[in-house]
Design a protein around this ligand. Structure first.
Ligand code: ADP
Length: 164
């Protein structure tokens, strides 16, 4: 039987429980899931690439068929390089659809044989984004139930270093 490998690409700056929920659900459906951390996303980053990979790796140690690594260039090229067949993305109500749709069409144009599977965000994480999380953390709001444990410490460290 053939192995189905999925790539879940993102900035993960930092990984949140919303991302963790998606990768956990994907890990139950696909044989292997590779979380692909963009090296240079079109965003202002708080964490370095190595830090984002480390935080995601520490958060996923219990998911035995999940691997985390960084990549540059086109997502579809990374998918091909890793012999994967599927791209996984998460969809929150409203905001995500238009952007995801455009990206899905472009990826289909670039690599028609790569499929996209979108997971609807779980109800409790619909409002959660890395950017809103960082804003709340910087204003000393309680983010403890919104992120995996290693991220709580990492955010506190960035605050104490005056970087957030
Ligand atoms: P990107 O820069 O590619 O949007 P993100 O790290 O912000 O990277 O998000 C990666 C993926 O995870 C995207 O598909 C995004 O829609 C999804 N995602 C982000 N937050 C959530 C959440 N709270 N629930 C479900 N999916 C999410």
């Amino acid at each position: 039987m053939s192995t189905t490998i999925a790539v879940y690409p993102g900035s993960f700056d930092p990984i949140t429980n919303g991302h963790l929920d998606i990768v956990t659900r994907a890990s139950k459906i696909f044989d292997r899931v590779i979380m692909g951390v963009y090296e240079i996303p079109d965003k202002n980053l708080l964490f370095t690439t190595d830090e984002r990979v480390e935080l995601a790796t520490k958060s996923c140690t219990h998911l035995k068929n999940v691997e985390v690594c960084s990549f540059g260039g086109l997502t579809v090229d990374f998918v091909k390089k890793r012999k994967a067949q599927v791209i996984v993305r998460g969809l929150r109500a409203g905001a995500d659809f238009d952007h995801e749709f455009d990206m899905a069409m472009m990826n289909k144009y670039l690599r028609p044989d790569v499929e996209l599977v979108c997971f609807m965000s779980s109800f409790r994480y619909q409002f959660l984004s890395s950017s809103l999380l960082k804003e709340v953390a910087s204003l000393k709001g309680n983010i403890d139930t919104l992120v995996p444990t290693p991220v709580i410490k990492a955010l506190k460290q960035k605050i104490s270093q005056g970087k957030l």
